[in-house]
Design a protein around this ligand. Structure first.
Ligand code: FDA
Length: 396
């Protein structure tokens, strides 16, 4: 700032101090300003992974991401990999463990990741402005100008580079906004339609209310893509990792298919039991293979009456097929209120995959969740934030 005129001349302004923005700020050269309207940076990091932050995935490749262009993420992911981020975490003595499926979590607290990024920014001399807003953006001869409103007043900022890292629309209560899409519209950068991803399904009133809290391993298929993990019945519908994963592939009006016996051969198990215990109820036996409350619920939907001896091979076979290809019609999803991510966003066709810079507007970069690159559940979305943030930082 110069005297009372409240003007600031910098090299790079980053809007949004989340995962991608902080990563980019910490590794950018020159005079860097990072602005966030929140009270603290990296709030989503802090609450992620149940407070332990699933910060990356050991199996991260571009095939774990949804995007209008499935090749777009390859360059950034290859030039800053999960192993690079693990090395950074190790350098900061943050203890971690693999929980499942290559998912890496902090042993102690997600706050350690936020502290690491804040520390890196401080070391790099980054100017962090919280509870601040940026508005009135304009293209200038040498870059961009905008008004920065901080708790102590307004400053006119002139910057060579402008990096938009304000994330997607998920969880507005935590400060998520459509800011990135508005800036894109202002500078003529196309945006693909957005929708909630990694989000629970809802069903017509009370569909699974009686079995809310029941969890079971399942294969869930939406739009031809299948995930095998836990499924959880909720008051409003379905959740659990298998369901959240499938939700990113689902489109309004489509059915989903649930296989409730992904690893158990129910047919053989029931047939074997029939030989020695034919007088037992089918539901009693089925409750040894599936959660008892789920069996009770299913008995209200399909005929499960009678003893095992009453069930012929073909009836058993039909039952197994039903349990392995249970077609359900979600009425919708819980939407941005609880979605972990936003699908769609800044059209990847408009960005350089090497630097995340707009192809048509020099010096304008979009990184992180704002871009139309969305990862699976399991640390992939943070890896995209680190990799895309790093891609822009190296180019700046
Ligand atoms: P991010 O949302 O992190 O940051 C955007 C920043 O911009 C915020 O600080 C916000 O305040 C600020 N901002 C927004 N609008 C602004 C404006 N107009 N002006 C100024 N500032 C503005 N992923 C994963 O890989 N592992 C995990 O364990 C989890 N867990 C998880 C839990 C929950 C509950 C949620 C909601 C999400 C996850 N995720 C996750 C997803 C992950 O949090 C997400 O993909 C990244 O945070 C995206 O990073 P960005 O930096 O792009 O946006």
């Amino acid at each position: 700032m110069t005297g009372h005129s409240r003007k600031m001349q910098i090299d790079t302004a980053i809007i949004g101090a989340g995962a991608a923005g902080m990563m980019c700020a910490a590794h950018s050269k020159g005079r860097v300003l990072i602005v966030d309207h929140a009270r603290t940076p990296g709030e989503k990091i802090r609450i992620s992974g149940g407070g332990r932050c699933n910060f990356t995935n050991m199996h991260c490749t571009a095939s774990a991401f949804l995007s209008g262009n499935p090749h777009f993420a390859k360059s950034a992911l290859a030039r800053y990999t999960q192993w690079d981020f693990i090395e950074l975490v190790d350098q900061h003595n943050i203890a971690w463990h693999e929980k499942t499926l290559g998912q890496l979590f902090c042993d102690t607290s997600a706050k350690e990741i936020v502290a690491m990024l804040r520390g890196l920014m401080q070391k790099a001399g980054v100017d962090l402005r919280l509870q601040s807003n940026a508005s009135n953006f304009a293209k200038t001869e040498n870059g961009y100008s905008f008004d920065l409103q901080t708790p102590d007043g307004t400053t006119k900022v002139a910057t060579r580079n402008l990096v938009i890292a304000t994330g997607g629309k998920s969880i507005p209560k935590m400060g998520a906004t459509g800011f990135a899409y508005d800036i894109a519209a202002q500078f003529g950068v196309p945006v693909t339609p957005t929708r909630a991803g990694l989000v629970p399904f809802t069903f017509a009133e009370g569909r699974f209310a009686t079995i809310s809290g029941v969890a079971t391993p399942a294969k869930v298929t939406a739009n031809g893509t299948t995930f095998e993990e836990a499924l959880l019945f909720t008051h409003r519908g379905l959740s659990g990792p298998a369901v959240l994963q499938a939700s990113s592939y689902w489109h309004e009006g489509q059915p989903i298919t649930v296989n409730l016996a992904p690893t158990t051969d129910i047919f053989t198990a029931l047939r074997t039991q029939r030989q020695t215990a034919g007088r037992r109820n089918l539901t009693t036996e089925l409750a040894h293979l599936l959660p008892a409350r789920l069996v009770e619920h299913l008995a209200g939907q399909i005929d499960l009456s009678g003893n095992l001896a009453d069930w012929s091979d073909s009836r058993l076979q039909y039952l197994c097929t039903t349990l392995q290809a249970w077609e359900l019609h979600p009425s919708g999803t819980e939407g941005y209120r609880t979605a972990e991510v936003t699908l769609g966003g800044i059209d990847t066709d408009a960005l350089s995959s090497r630097s995340m810079e707009s192809k048509t507007t020099q010096g304008l970069y979009f990184i992180g969740e704002a871009v139309d690159v969305t990862g699976w559940l399991g640390g992939y979305n943070f890896q995209w934030a680190w990799s895309s943030g790093m891609a822009a930082a190296r180019a700046i």
